[in-house]
Design a protein around this ligand. Structure first.
Ligand code: CAO
Length: 427
């Protein structure tokens, strides 16, 4: 039994390239050519294949590590003795990967986002060799299949859905890239009308774009708006002080809103569900309560999850939200923190506005938009009284949720944040 090291191949002159994905785990059996990690430079990302078949005895890297040529990725227990020989073809493949990472950085005129790389060559792996083989066997070209995974990576499920659609509809499915292409060509140049500045679209916006387009194009969104009287909740929030020091506690209204949302999710489980593919006829109900919070960062929008909101008090939630939002802004957040949410809250409450139409964070089925609360004159009995009113906007997937259910769900949130419930939620 021989155990050998799998190292980072030639990646040109570049050093410290970030690992953004580990595609294998300890104990897994892999074949020569299977992708093991995804590397990402400033301008492109690429999967690195294993040059041997065998069983992984240790994975020596983790997501976020920066690696250079020759760094150890993993150790593999070989299936066969002859695997110890690396033939020239494999060495060339590895060299090509190095070249591909170099290429976009050096050739400034080449558009280098991952979708373009996909078009440039099918040797670059945006699908594992197994998936490519699977697509070939079904008589289709993996490069025309829209990938649902990160960076548009094509999975076996994507191939199946593509084939199913092709057979049922007899028409090609547009890739994310195609569906994002403008249908109308602008016939003029802005520079004809005055001074302009053309800049690169930030990377996180480019990564988020296909997900937003997918959600907007595939989910029939309806947005239900409502106003909630949070006067008592705000009085309670503003009265909170530290038990020992007597100092005023700074707790975001979002902590209360998270709690109110979770209480509503318990009553309406269909809002805590996800659907990936309507054709499968399956819906996943989540029994946990991990709330995604849209965080505005200089690099673009990120949606980390606050886990187990049902088990944490408002003080804890407020502190955790502050910490997680800061991690996003410092780009120190692990991508796993973006996975596995129940439902998302997008709050513009600290900024302004009343009502908007948030886009559902696919494959979730609803998102709660929160705008800025303000004092309004409300008729209570026969008297106008100043009350603090919070505008909310719930977008939901109409395939799964009906309008009446959405209205009831909002009523539930309203009651949870209302005067009878505000103090209970805090306990
Ligand atoms: N109404 C009125 N005031 C509100 C409020 C609301 N609904 N929500 C928050 N505030 C107040 C806070 O209490 C805080 O007041 P103080 O400074 O007096 O304490 C102030 O607004 C600033 O809040 P914040 O926005 O910094 O903090 P937060 O906990 O409310 O929100 C976070 C955290 C991460 C959601 C926020 O910083 C953020 O990034 N918001 C933008 C999200 C976004 O872009 N959504 C759109 C997505 S679609 O493109």
């Amino acid at each position: 039994m021989s155990i050998i090291d799998i190292k980072v191949p030639n990646i040109g002159d570049f050093k410290d390239v970030e690992i953004i994905e580990i595609l294998v785990k300890k104990g897994q059996e892999i074949n020569k050519g299977d992708s093991i990690i995804t590397l990402e430079s400033d301008k492109s990302s690429v999967e690195v294949p294993s040059d041997h078949s065998g069983k992984i005895s240790n994975v020596n890297v983790k997501v976020g590590d920066k690696v250079s040529e020759g760094d150890l990725i993993l150790k593999i227990e070989l299936f066969k003795k002859e695997d110890l020989k690396i033939d020239n073809k494999e060495t060339n493949n590895i060299k090509e990967i190095g070249d591909k990472i170099d290429e976009p950085l050096e050739k400034k005129e080449v558009k280098t986002d991952i979708q373009n790389l996909k078009k440039e060559t099918d040797k670059l792996v945006l699908a594992s060799p197994r998936v490519r083989k699977f697509a070939r066997e079904l008589g289709t070209d993996v490069n025309i299949i829209p990938g649902s995974e990160k960076f548009g990576r094509v999975s076996e499920e994507d191939v199946k859905s593509f084939i199913k659609l092709g057979i049922n509809q007899k028409q090609p499915l547009k890739s994310n890239e195609e569906s994002q292409k403008p249908k109308i060509k602008i016939e003029y140049d802005y520079s004809d009308f005055g001074e302009i500045d053309v800049k690169d679209i930030p990377r996180i916006k480019k990564l988020a774009a296909p997900h937003l387009v997918n959600s907007f194009n595939t989910i029939p969104h309806v947005t239900h708006h409502d106003e909630i009287d949070i006067t008592e909740m705000e009085e309670f929030r503003n009265s909170l002080t530290d038990h020992y020091t007597g100092d005023k506690l700074k707790i975001t209204p979002l902590a209360f809103i998270m709690k109110a949302l979770v209480a509503a999710l318990k009553e309406f489980p269909s809002f805590n569900s996800s659907i990936e593919d309507m054709d499968s006829g399956k819906i996943t109900f989540k029994k946990y309560f991990h709330i995604g919070i849209a965080v505005d960062t200089p690099n673009g929008l990120m949606v980390p999850k606050i886990r187990q909101v049902d088990k944490k008090n408002i003080q804890h939630l407020s502190a955790e939200l502050r910490e997680v939002a800061q991690k996003c802004r410092d780009l120190k957040i692990d991508k796993k923190e973006f996975y596995g949410g129940s439902m998302t809250i997008s709050s513009l409450g600290g900024i302004g506005g009343s009502f908007f139409t948030p886009i559902i964070n696919y494959p979730e089925v609803a998102i709660l938009g929160v705008s800025k609360s303000s004092k309004k004159q409300i008729l209570l009995g026969d008297k106008f009284t100043a009350r603090t009113i919070l505008p909310i906007s719930l977008s939901y997937d109409h395939r799964i949720i009906d309008g009446a259910e959405a209205a009831r769900f909002c009523n539930e949130i309203r009651d949870n944040l209302g005067k009878n419930f505000a103090f209970k939620l805090a306990i």
